[in-house]
Design a binder for this molecule. Structure first.
Ligand code: PEP
Length: 247
């Protein structure tokens, strides 16, 4: 069992004003009503507005991406130190949209993970198989390989100190969710891959989580919380999901 977390990935949505408004609405939650730490991942340019809006709350802020490089001549990139400076505690690495659309390889994802951790951010490593890979029975192999690439670069202990989000690609933004059993099966195998040190690593499920399907998913023994995309853009829905995370 890892520490319970609920993360809202806002992807590339909103203006500074709408981001501030949504963050403020989320911040009005009653912290007693969820066992989970709540984390919001706004678009990069809205991080500082969201950090300000959340400054009196217990909600954490994260970034959706980070450069694998340290500060320097990398035009357009944003380093882990800069994210820390903006108030970020977490960062997503290896989200399937970045792997599939922006061409991030397992190696690049591993380097981003290392850069984030070296700077003191907590990486949330996203892994998951495509529909075709699931149909070919390759799910466990794909997920193990994505995690191994990071273990090979930084070592098992450092991976165990991060958060891992299992997000089947076919379930992201599609309205289709892995069944609680399908998700638990993969989470259990990830937990086994991490060994003894991974017993307290937080493992999240992501892929069309909403307030109707979250309870059954979060009841599974190796699911410690959720990474929520679309449903995190509406404060009440997101907070209802947060309340379903088990202690
Ligand atoms: C995500 O963006 O990580 C995600 C899981 O999105 P959605 O909840 O919309 O499927």
């Amino acid at each position: 069992m890892g520490k319970p977390l609920i993360a809202g990935n806002w992807k590339m949505h909103g203006t500074a004003e709408s981001a501030r408004k949504l963050a403020t609405e989320v911040s009005h939650h009653n912290a007693q009503e969820t066992a989970a730490e709540i984390i919001i991942f706004p678009p990069l340019v809205h991080i500082s507005a969201v950090s300000d809006a959340l400054s009196d709350s217990s909600i954490s802020v994260g970034a959706q991406n980070v450069s694998q490089y340290s500060n320097g001549a990398y035009t357009g990139e944003v380093s882990a130190e800069m994210l820390l400076d903006q108030g970020c505690k977490y960062v997503l690495v290896g989200h399937s949209e970045r792997r599939a659309i922006l061409g991030e390889s397992d190696q690049t994802v591993a380097e981003k993970f290392r850069a984030a951790q070296n700077a003191g951010l907590i990486p949330i490593l996203c892994v998951g198989e495509s529909l075709q890979q699931r149909q070919q029975d390759a799910t466990l192999e794909v997920v193990a390989k994505q995690i191994s690439a990071v273990i090979d670069l930084v070592g098992l202990d450092r991976v165990c100190q991060s958060v891992i989000a299992y997000e089947p690609v076919w379930a992201i933004g599609t309205g289709e969710t892995a069944s609680p059993e399908q998700a638990q099966d993969v989470h259990a195998v990830i937990r086994t891959q991490l060994g003894e040190a991974g017993r307290s690593t937080t493992l999240l499920y992501g892929g069309s989580v909403n307030k109707s399907n979250a309870a059954e998913l979060f009841k599974q023994p190796d699911i410690d919380g959720g990474l929520v995309g679309g449903a995190s853009l509406e404060a009440d829905e997101f907070l209802n999901i947060a309340q379903l995370v088990e202690a």
